[in-house]
Structure formats: C-alpha cells, structure tokens
Design a protein around this ligand. Structure first.
Ligand SMILES: Cc1cc2nc3c(=O)[nH]c(=O)nc-3n(C[C@H](O)[C@H](O)[C@H](O)COP(=O)(O)OP(=O)(O)OC[C@H]3O[C@@H](n4cnc5c(N)ncnc54)[C@H](O)[C@@H]3O)c2cc1C
Length: 472
C-alpha cells in the first residue's frame, strides 16, 4: 500500500467512526434505544439506551453473532459492548513470535469501524462491570444498557489467584508483566515478543495451564515457533515446556515435529507443576511427579512421587490456569463444577440453561466442543440463527439429519519455518446427545508425516478467510 492509499484508508476509518457514532445517535454514548430516540430515564445511574439484542464481547464469537444477526434481518437492533479499542487476534499469533515472513503485528490488529460500517450493528466501547438479569440491565463503565436478549462471548480470564494462593496482588501483577501469558487479546503478545527480541543466550520456559484452557495446542505450537526464531537468530538455548500432565493436544504430530525439526532443542517435561517464580534470579520452581519404579498392586500403575526442582530461564511465558471471564459470574448463570466454570446450556442450544433470554457462544460455552476461534465462529452463526428464528416467531432446532457436521472445527498449528509446515486437527460436531459434542481427528499428509507445506498454506488461507468475514 502506498502513502496515498494509506491516508485514504485512514480517512475512511474516521468516516466509519463518525458513521458509527451518528448511527447510534445518542450523546456521550454509542448506545441507541430500540425506538430510535435517546433514553433520558435515569435509574441507578445513566441509562444509555435499550437494545433488542446486546452482545458482550467483540471477539471471535461476539462479532460473528452480531454480523449474522444483521445478515438475517437488517432491522434487528444489535449492540456489541467491547472494552478494547482494537481487536487483536490470538489465532496465528504464534507465527508473529516466530517472526515468520510477513507475520508482523499489523497482521493481527483490526479496527472495529469497518465491520460496524459493513454490517450496521452498534458498538459501545465500554467495560461491562455488572449484569442485573432481573432488570435486564448491563452496568458498564459508561452507564447502563438495557436489553431484551443478551448474548455473552467474553472469552477467558487468568486464574493466578487460584493457582498461586500465596502470591500477593503485587506479585501477580509483576509476574503477569514480566512473564505474560499471551493467551488473551491485548498487549501481552507484544510484551512476550519484546522479551524474546531482547533475550541473551539461554532457555525459554513455557508453562502449560492445568484444567480446561483456551486453544489447547497453543503452548505446543508456540514452542515450535520460538525454537524456529532462536534457530534463525542463532540464540543458543532450549525451549522447555513445563506441563502439569502428560496430555499434549495433537501430541503425536507435535512430537514428530519437535524431534525431526528441532532435535533436543524442545524439551517437554510432563507432570511438572510450577510452584513459584523468582524474576530477579530468573528461576522457576516446580514440582515434578516422577515414577518410583514400583507398581501400585491395586491399579497396576507406577507409583509416582513428587520431586522439587528449579530451572533457570532467559524468557518465561507463564500461561496461568484459565477460567471463564468474570462476565459469566456477573450474569449469575449456572456453570460447570470444574474450576473453569463454563456456562450450562439449554440442551443442544446456545440459549443458557438458566435464562431463556441469555445466550452464550465462544470459549465460555458448556458444550463438549473445543475452545477455538473457528468453533466460536461456527457457534456464533448457529446462535444468530436461533435468535433470528425466535424473533421472527418461528420454531428452531439444529437439523438432526445433518449431524455430524464434518469439520465443524479445523484448528491449524504452524510447526516449521523455512519451509513453513503445519499440522491440523478437525472436529466433527454432533448434537444427538445432551450437549453438542465434537470428535477430533489429526490427519497425516500423503507422505505419511503429520506436517506439510499444504497445511501451512491452509493455515494462512483459513486466517485470511475468517478475518475477512469478520472485518472487511
Ligand atoms: C496463541 C493462541 C492461538 C490460537 N490459535 C487458534 C487457531 O489457530 N484457530 C482457532 O480457531 N482458534 C485459535 N485460538 C483460540 C481463539 O483465540 C479463541 O478460542 C477465541 O478467541 C474465542 O472467542 P471468544 O469470542 O470466546 O473470546 P475472545 O475472542 O477472546 O473475545 C472476547 C472479547 O470480550 C471482551 N471482553 C471481555 N470482558 C469484557 C468486559 N468485562 N467488558 C467488555 N468486553 C469484554 C474482550 O476484550 C474480547 O474482545 C488461539 C488462541 C491463542 C491464545
């Protein structure tokens, strides 16, 4: 793009921003009441307006719901509430850490003006602070938004407090700054990339969360991309993965890539639970369960014993345990009993079990489907369809004759650079049980290897396609 085109694009963004504001039409807020006139009522704070459908979260799930509702019926009054000024993509961001050709930060950051202009939904840049389901009100940092139907797609939060109960607030804040998790959109990926750019020879440690977490292959893909970067930059050291279990998403495919592309440069340590971090000495403490060599007479399994260990690092990517974003707690919905607290759903629907006027999509959904951007996109389309049927007074159910849906989720991971090579997992979704389920499959390329150049190309094509759908 030349300078003239860049200026034109900048001007278009300003026009789009202005259009977004005038479309919503109210003073101080981007919220427009369903009837078109600005609300003047003030109950427990400034009421910004009432909307037919309010979506919390302008990420993969939320934006898909909003655009698909407007595609179904342009008269639907849809408002998205999002706290961040810009959209940052987590999918494919590990290639940015690996400094793959052309994968600079500009490939991952998008502005919200373009989709607001294209699809015609409203956008309120505000943080949701509380939800009153009885009054059907959302309390935000800018005021109160009222809704008829609410859709939640707020993504995840980190559970530092649960994982490190002895750490002070200050220590948590410090560690999250110096060893960012880079699993949540925002500036964490930039901070991690800076740490890698500034690193001396030495090891990079990646810690894997325990329990359910966003994009289970992400830490293992990241190990490949950081190792590729270190090789390219001639940085002597290893990438050490501390995994609290022995589970590795797409495990056989990653292990093949680790050994064949990186030799002993990637070390995966299983049953290793991180217990502390000393950022001054750059040391991680962890407990590793090792086999005693003796078998349990009842189960026949080897008896494991915990051993305390330490490991020095040059760069630490501490990925904390995940939990559902606090917006779920604010909505006071029934959730799963595990530590993640996914939202319980109304059967194979995207309506919540607790409240027929509250829907959920994305990583917080309690269906047995993987937490991915592709799944959030798939769920967003189903959810919009379900709501549109309801508002048009038509019955709706997922078409049983079409189950399973082949490749409801396709998740790619880049494992190699120069040449780029990728691996993938597909999930077929079915909804004949109590919840929507996904059955995974990791295919091999025709040459018998899991990784291929064709899959690396498919990764780029998928990314271009989904971002184009959301933003251009
Ligand atoms: C490194 C990495 C690689 C990945 N790779 C892939 C991949 O290759 N393919 C794939 O399909 N998926 C991938 N994913 C997973 C994907 O990013 C998530 O599954 C997806 O983003 C989930 O969508 P969501 O809508 O639930 O959450 P998000 O996309 O995170 O959106 C949630 C939004 O809600 C907003 N929000 C949160 N709280 C509030 C609040 N209180 N007020 C207002 N707004 C709020 C957030 O700012 C955010 O914009 C990857 C993830 C990571 C971390």
């Amino acid at each position: 793009m030349n300078r003239r085109e860049a200026i034109k694009l900048g001007a278009a963004s300003v026009v789009a921003a202005a259009a977004a504001t005038s479309m919503t039409g109210c003073n101080n807020a981007e919220a427009k009441p369903a009837g078109g006139a600005c609300a003047t009522k003030k109950v427990g704070g400034k009421v910004l307006g009432k909307h037919q459908i309010v979506v919390i979260g302008g990420g993969f799930g939320g934006l898909t719901v909003a655009s698909n509702l407007k595609k179904k019926d342009s008269n639907f009054d849809v408002l998205v509430i999002e706290k961040n000024d810009t959209f940052m993509s987590c999918p494919v961001s590990n290639t940015y850490l690996g400094k793959l050709e052309g994968m600079n930060i500009g490939k991952f950051i998008f502005d919200y003006n373009q989709p607001v202009e294209k699809y015609g939904y409203g956008m309120l840049k505000a943080e949701v602070l509380d939800i009153d389901r009885e009054a059907k009100e959302i309390h935000t940092s800018h005021g109160i938004v009222q809704y008829e139907i609410l859709v939640l797609s707020p993504g995840i939060a980190y559970d530092y407090e649960g994982q490190f109960p002895t750490w002070s607030k200050e220590k948590i804040a410090h560690v999250s700054r110096v060893a960012p998790g880079a699993l949540i959109p925002g500036s964490e990926h930039v901070a991690l990339e800076r740490n890698l750019k500034n690193m001396e020879d030495g090891n990079v440690i990646i810690t894997v969360p325990s329990g359910k977490f966003r994009c289970p292959p992400a830490p293992f893909e990241r190990a490949c991309m950081i190792a590729a970067y270190m090789k390219k930059e001639d940085i002597a050291g290893k990438v050490i993965i501390l995994n609290p279990s022995n589970a590795i998403a797409k495990g056989a495919a990653f292990k093949e890539a680790w050994s064949e592309l990186y030799g002993d440069m990637i070390e995966h340590i299983d049953f290793a639970t991180i217990t502390d971090v000393d950022s001054k000495t750059k040391t991680v403490s962890y407990t590793q369960k090792v086999s005693t060599g003796k078998k349990d007479p009842d189960t026949g399994d080897f008896i494991m014993t915990p051993v305390e260990k330490t490991q020095k690092y040059e760069v630490l990517n501490l990925i904390p345990n995940n939990k559902a974003n606090p917006v779920v707690t604010m909505a006071d919905l029934e959730v799963t009993s595990d530590s993640f607290h996914k939202v319980l759903m109304n059967g194979c629907s995207f309506q919540t079990k607790t409240d027929k006027d509250v829907y959920a999509v994305g990583d917080v959904v309690g269906h047995a489907i993987p937490p991915s951007g592709q799944t959030a996109n798939w769920a967003g389309i189903q959810c919009a369809n379900e709501i549109a049927h309801r508002l048009h007074g038509k019955p709706y159910s997922l078409p049983v004759e079409k189950t399973p849906v082949a490749a409801g989720n396709v998740c790619y991971s880049m494992v190699g650079d120069q040449p780029e090579e990728g691996i993938m997992v597909t999930h077929d979704f079915s909804w004949t049980g109590a919840v929507i389920k996904g059955a995974g499959h990791v295919p091999k390329a025709p040459d018998g290897k899991f990784r291929s150049k064709a899959t690396a190309k498919a990764l780029h094509d998928w990314y271009r396609g989904i971002m184009g759908d959301l933003f251009s």
